[in-house]
Design a protein around this ligand. Structure first.
Ligand code: GDP
Length: 458
């Protein structure tokens, strides 16, 4: 156990139903006994683990109560940090929470750094580093799938995988060592074994990295870009998709001069919908910039919705747009189905002979369901099956790429004219990286950067 006792608000500072202040460390229980008076008269030291007690929070300077609260204690090692932990559940007002914090600080606790509770859980051996990182991704998760996968990592799935790879490397090393110590072991056999094992390991790691790429739309949100010439109803379509008035809708062409981006969850999947400036040739410098931005968005788009207007005949701009969109994954929408037709489905179909076109009315909402369904299905199809997804942090990807590079170097070395101990040196490097991944062997600097991204109180 570390010597000092830390304290932090565990809930966001602001007005809410309850505000929680959490203590962890050697002094947690004795600090609590000076700040909390149970209504039953029971001393905090006598509280049962994991049981809530009703009472009052006491200001140690005045000995007067400043809130009615619940207190729960979790004695080491059965707690989040493996240290003694105390939580005060207060009324959720910023002043109350601040007073409770100050009282703890005055009684001997120190303010926790971001992520310090989780860091202690790691340092005290309750979780490995992959599990600590999973805690951060649970807190940040913006889609249900990411949440699910984070929970798997918290349960140790990724850590287990790395340890299995570590064992594989140790086995390879053992074979190399044996070939050095016992000259009668066939060198050819050993080399063959090492090569086979390294190939399997590399392809496992490649697979993991590939699976994590699949997850990108779930982590960052699928970028859906709405394009079309001015006034076809792009802003109205954005509002229809996100279900609120976000983009400005006017009857004047060219009003959306910049791109507007909206984040929404549909069926638990995160989307970033972008309404772009209408694509047309313009001399207005501001509108020109807007059109350039729209093009840039189009390049980055994961999915494009090309909008056409049923109430106006096909124009040069529509044909150019159709050309522009064709090379990207896209959906064609014929808007304003409530108005008399001056652009028929058949005519538009000539521009897109091989694909379905959705007829909708952004104004009345007709066709909204099928539009949403199509967009969601596109992402679901891209994601593929569950077992084809892997959640990795940027650090984990970087380290895995390093290991992969080392494996490839080792394989090349095997092909060349080097002795096996060169391969062995390379493999020790790979092992060291694996230990960094699980946190078995990390330096303080890495821990500091890693936990600084956590929130205070986590
Ligand atoms: P944008 O310039 O492409 O973003 O188009 P807006 O969304 O600003 O819409 C331009 C005009 O068309 C506005 O007056 C909208 O009310 C109107 N509009 C958009 N969608 C529809 C629709 O489905 N039916 C009808 N009748 N009008 C629409």
């Amino acid at each position: 156990m570390k010597d000092d006792t830390i304290v932090a608000p565990a809930t966001p500072l602001g007005v809410g139903a309850i505000g929680i202040v959490r203590l962890s460390g050697r002094e947690a229980i004795s600090i609590a006994s000076r700040l909390f008076r149970a209504r039953s008269g029971k001393r905090v030291e006598e509280f049962q683990n994991f049981r809530m007690y009703l009472g009052e929070m006491i200001d140690p300077r005045t000995d007067r109560a400043f809130d009615e609260a619940l207190c729960v204690i979790m004695r080491a090692p059965k707690s989040y940090t493996r240290e003694d932990v105390v939580e005060f559940h207060l009324h959720g007002g910023p002043l109350v929470v601040r007073k409770a914090l100050e009282a703890c600080l005055r009684t001997g606790a120190r303010l926790a750094r971001p992520g310090e509770f989780t860091e202690r859980a790691f340092l005290n051996g309750r979780i490995d580093l992959t599990q600590a990182e999973a805690v951060a991704s649970i807190v940040r998760a913006s889609s249900e799938k990411v949440l699910e996968l984070s929970l798997c990592h918290l349960a140790g799935a990724f850590g287990g995988k790395i340890r299995a790879w570590q064992e594989r490397l140790l086995l390879i090393e053992a074979h190399i060592e044996a070939s050095c110590d016992f000259p009668d072991v066939s060198l050819e056999n050993v080399e063959e074994f090492v090569q086979k094992e390294l190939l399997t390991l590399s392809s496992d790691i490649e697979e993991e990295l590939r699976k994590s790429e699949q997850l990108k739309p779930l982590e960052e949100g699928t970028l859906v870009v709405i394009v079309g010439k001015p006034n076809v109803g792009k802003s109205s379509l954005l509002n229809l998709l996100v279900g609120k008035e976000r983009a400005i809708v006017t009857p004047f062409p060219g009003t959306t001069r910049d791109a507007i981006e909206e984040f929404v969850l549909l069926e638990g999947l995160p989307f970033r919908f972008v309404d772009t400036a209408g694509m047309r040739k313009s001399d207005d410098p501001v509108e020109k910039i807007g059109v350039e931005r729209a093009r840039a968005y189009l390049e980055r788009a994961d999915y494009v919705i090309a909008v056409f207007d049923r109430s106006r005949p096909l124009e040069e701009e529509d044909i150019e747009l159709a050309e522009l969109v064709r090379s990207r994954p896209h959906l064609v929408v014929l808007n304003k189905s409530d108005l008399p037709s001056r652009l028929s489905l058949e005519e538009l179909q000539k521009l897109y002979p091989k694909e379905p076109i959705l007829e909708i009315s952004a104004l009345t909402g007709e066709g909204r369901e099928i539009l949403l369904e199509t967009v969601v299905r596109y992402v679901q199809d891209c994601l593929g099956p569950e077992e084809d997804l892997s959640l990795l942090t940027a650090r984990q990807k970087e380290e895995l790429r390093r290991i992969l590079k080392i494996c490839r170097e080792a394989l090349e070395a095997l092909e060349g004219d080097v002795t096996l101990d060169v391969v062995s040196v390379l493999l020790s490097e790979a092992l060291a990286i694996m230990k960094r991944l699980t946190g078995e062997n990390v330096d303080e600097k890495l821990l500091e950067t890693l936990f600084s991204h956590f929130c205070v109180g986590k």
